[in-house]
Design a protein around this ligand. Structure first.
Ligand code: NDP
Length: 484
């Protein structure tokens, strides 16, 4: 089995022992990665600090050209990298290729930002005075990523961090270090200078926590569980922290909706990526009149989904990421049954190897049940019922998360009421809860965290605004005091 290295200060380096990354379809190890420690984080921060002055002074359009080269390298390798995403993370190949495409799009998008990085100019309340703002890098940033988008999420953080002139310590999920390694290799090949991005693999308890607590790191960008996000907030001190912490995303289906379209969107949202997206559809809030027809179509179609390795063309749904995820999903099925919800299909892992779980649908779910409130991150869909749109929206808003949401309706009044009232960072109309595009802001409200990634707003996480007042009056002028 191949043993890989970390990348610190431009050198490929080992750690204190190794851990293995596993193919979730076979349960077999595929590669070994170094177990980094707090010492390696120290080395990485030193290297990132040393590289910061030169990198941050490089004209942003030049940094943009490097980002564009990264996009080109990923594009040339898309098929191989997609297969790797399927093998290491488990998602089916079309989705895995989408994961890589999202990384390509992200680097292309932020490459262009090198020629914008807009600040603002504005008026002054005083004569002969000019006011403007511009962006400066945060400094050394810690990037901590999950496994569910093992290529796209690192790109969502690396691309804006680099174009803004930061240097970085990058810790990937211990479930998908190989996809992250390939990303770092592309960065090196594209000409990202030594020390600008430092790649430290290893457990959360040593590498992750050392990054969060490190006094030499000015900013943390994290995607993962709410529990970890809350720990980061408590332990990061005064660092600039960006958090994206998941959801409990609803689809409201009105009685005037096109039902076939809703069924397609619900299945894609609930069982795509085996339910392991922060934007996965985990609740359907269905109008009482159409619920029986909707359920019947959903059950028929869910039973037809074929489980199998992500790399095989015949697979519709790949395995979950690891055994803990499989056990967590089974535990929630037990909780749902215990709470009195009605299990309509799935509810168990199939026989044989691999961390698979059958697409599962519960009916008779009420908003107070745990399966209607807690993030399961597996292929489990809870169906709830309503009669009036306002009640459906109240149910949608009754959870602690607020990331994505959707309404299926052919009535423009319903659509706009839902857009205005649903507490979520993203609302789709007549489309599933998943499908973010990289030039639009992505993020949530409430327990999801309030950070926006991607799009122009994605620059805010990785830059500080400098405000400049230029007084060319030749005399002391006092704001708020010289009022005449
Ligand atoms: P975690 O939040 O535990 O891990 C995500 C990343 O954070 C990994 O790189 C992990 O490292 C690291 N990490 C964990 N704890 C710390 C810490 N104290 N300090 C610094 N870094 C830390 O998520 P899991 O992968 O364990 O998944 C558990 C649940 O989280 C899922 O079932 C799902 O509910 C949610 N989740 C949400 C995601 C989203 O997209 N919002 C993505 C992934 C998970 P390591 O891998 O080494 O443990």
């Amino acid at each position: 089995m191949a043993a890989y290295k970390m990348y610190i200060g431009g050198e490929w380096t080992g750690g204190d022992g190794y851990f293995e990354t596993i193919n979730p379809a076979t349960e077999k190890p595929i590669a070994k990665f170094p177990s980094g420690t707090a010492r390696h984080v120290d080395m990485a921060v030193d290297a990132a600090k040393a590289a910061l002055p030169k990198w941050s002074m490089m004209p942003p359009p030049k940094r943009g050209l490097i980002l564009l080269r990264i996009a080109e390298i990923l594009k040339a390798e898309k098929e191989r990298l997609g297969r790797l995403v399927s093998t290491e993370m488990g998602k089916v190949l079309p989705e895995a290729l989408g994961d890589v495409q999202e990384a390509i799009d992200t680097f292309e998008y932020f490459a262009g930002e090198g020629r914008r990085l807009y600040g603002s100019t504005t008026t002054s309340e005083l004569k002969d005075k000019f006011c403007l703002t511009f962006r400066q890098p945060v400094g050394v940033v810690g990037l901590i990523t999950p496994w569910n988008f093992p290529t796209a999420i690192p790109a969502w953080k690396l691309a804006p961090a680099l174009i803004c002139g930061n240097t970085a310590v990058f810790k990937p999920s211990s479930d998908t270090p190989l996809c992250a390694y390939e990303m770092v290799k592309a960065l090196v090949k594209a000409g990202v200078p030594p020390g600008v991005v430092n790649f430290v693999t290893g457990p959360a308890a040593s590498v992750g926590e050392a990054i969060v607590r490190h006094p030499g790191i000015e900013g943390i960008s994290f995607t993962g569980s709410k529990a970890t996000g809350e720990w980061i907030i408590r332990n990061a001190g005064l660092k600039k922290v960006g958090l994206e912490l998941g959801g409990k995303n609803p689809i409201i289906v009105m009685d005037d909706a096109k039902l076939d379209l809703a069924v397609d969107g619900i299945l894609w949202g609930a069982f795509g990526t085996t339910g392991q997206r922060c934007t996965a559809t985990s609740r359907v809030i269905a109008h009482r009149k159409i619920k029986p027809r909707l359920l019947s179509a959903l059950i028929t179609r869910a039973r037809m989904l074929r489980l199998g390795p992500g790399t095989e063309k015949t697979s519709d749904v790949g395995p979950l990421i690891n055994r803990a995820a499989q056990e967590k999903t089974a535990k929630y099925v037990g909780i749902g049954i215990g709470e009195g919800a009605k299990l309509l299909c799935g509810g168990m892992k199939p026989a044989g190897k691999g961390y698979y779980f059958k697409p599962t649908i519960f009916d008779g779910v009420s908003p107070d049940m745990r399966i209607a409130r807690e993030e399961i991150f597996g292929p489990v869909l809870s169906v709830l019922e309503f009669e009036k749109l306002d009640d459906a929206i109240d149910i949608a808003n009754s959870v602690e998360y607020g990331l994505s949401s959707s309404i299926y309706t052919n009535d423009v009044n319903n659509a706009f009421r839902a857009i205005g009232r649903i507490e979520a960072g993203i609302t789709y109309v007549n489309s599933s809860t998943i499908g973010a595009e990289v030039h639009l802001p992505f993020g949530g409200v409430k327990g999801t965290g309030h950070t926006r990634e991607a799009g122009i707003l994605g620059l805010d996480e990785f830059s500080n605004t400098k405000t400049v007042y230029i007084d060319y009056s030749g005399k002391l002028q006092k704001a708020q005091i010289d009022v005449d």
